[in-house]
Design a protein around this ligand. Structure first.
Ligand code: GDP
Length: 349
């Protein structure tokens, strides 16, 4: 029988790559979309024609339960979350309700309906926060440092409690930064790929960046969603950290991106102290050996290939006039305007 996957957060970067993967495997893919985000379906581009969408308020338990009852999903992927971590300070309670509340409501619905649905909870390396040791595993102490991390941790424990008490097949993927051409430009990888492409095409002449020494474990979103799917195909439900296991600095990122377009980054990039974050964590790096051993998972796209994919996609989109260049104009815009612009402009990448 054809499997049904139900996905929250389907119009985000991960929702796109996961849907593409599952459609390729013959799944029926259903995305739950909040009424206020109806227009974001356009972000799925051509995939929108192959995905069924249900308009559901994720904060409404009855509405959500009704959707689960009607769809009887084989698998649920709970990806919905605010996309940009620093913004969670502006609405900590809303973040908690969306992240933890949605996980709780979905788990409760599955249990009450007596379904054998397999449940994936999108967790985040932000739950490690103030890390004391590196690399991290799913056994490492959790010390989140912001409302987003705290909400993701609460959702993680809620999932663990439901799994233990009700014997559900549920698991968390604790994902490190994962990027793609579909990343919005407020994230540093996309900010840099867009700037390198814009400067190459003569559409911009500078890039202001925060801390060049900041480090992250950056992987490719397409690889990370494969791990999500593998977790739900395993014999037993377990939690995994998913990352490349390799740290790079923002300086590496800039150098690699500018290298892709044959430019010397030092001529164009300046560090702006106002962009430097105070609560920075430098040692967030995964130990993905458990995912490798149990799931046979390992990243397929290298750091260099990832950055090249992003820069080339931005070059193409700028040439086609699908997006606006980065630089002075974009810098003057607010983050919200930038995100709205990207959401309207991103096509099938
Ligand atoms: P995050 O890990 O989810 O916060 O992803 P980001 O892409 O926003 O940030 C990744 C890292 O890049 C963090 O350590 C940031 O402090 C660092 N960084 C340095 N300069 C910038 C910048 O100009 N913008 C952003 N977004 N991050 C920057």
């Amino acid at each position: 029988m054809r499997k049904t996957a139900l996905i929250t957060g389907v119009t985000g970067q991960d929702g796109y790559y996961l849907s593409r993967l599952l459609l390729g495997k013959g799944y029926r893919v259903v995305g739950l979309i909040p009424p206020a985000r109806k227009s974001s379906i356009a972000k799925l581009g051509q995939l929108a024609e192959q995905i069924e969408t249900y308009i559901v308020d994720l904060t409404n338990a009855d509405w959500l339960t009704e959707a689960v009852e009607q769809l009887q999903p084989t698998e649920i992927y709970n990806l919905a979350a605010p996309s940009f971590v620093p913004r969670s300070w502006e609405d900590p309670l809303g973040t908690l309700d969306l992240v933890t509340g949605t996980a709780t409501r979905l788990l409760k619905a599955t249990r009450q309906l007596g379904l054998s649905t397999r449940f994936y909870q999108a967790s985040s390396s932000e739950i490690f926060g103030d890390v004391q040791s590196a690399p991290q595993t799913d056994e490492t102490t959790f010390r989140p440092k912001n409302p987003y991390g705290a909400a993701k941790l609460h959702a993680h424990w809620t999932m663990v409690h439901h799994r233990d008490r009700y014997n559900l097949f549920a698991c968390s993927g604790i994902l490190y930064n994962h990027e793609s051409p579909r990343r919005p430009p407020q994230f540093v990888t996309r900010k840099i790929s867009l700037a390198a492409a814009s400067i190459k095409l003569g559409l911009s002449d500078q890039l202001s960046i925060g801390n060049l020494d900041a480090k992250r474990d950056w992987g490719y979103a397409g690889d990370h969603v494969e791990a999500m799917w593998r977790m739900l195909q395993a014999d037993t439900p377990e939690d995994y950290v998913i990352g490349t296991g390799v740290l790079h600095t923002v300086r590496d990122l800039v150098a690699t991106a500018f290298d892709c377009v044959g430019l010397d980054w030092q001529k164009y990039v300046a560090s702006d102290p106002s962009l430097i974050r105070e609560d920075e964590h430098f040692q967030l790096v995964a130990d993905p050996s458990k995912a490798n051993q149990n799931l046979g998972w390992q990243p397929q796209v290298s750091f260099e290939q990832l950055i090249s994919k992003m820069v080339n996609a931005d070059l193409e989109r700028l040439k086609a006039g699908d997006i606006k260049p980065s630089g002075a104009t974009l810098k003057a815009q607010t983050e919200a305007q930038t995100e709205a612009q990207t959401e309207a402009q991103i096509k099938n990448t």
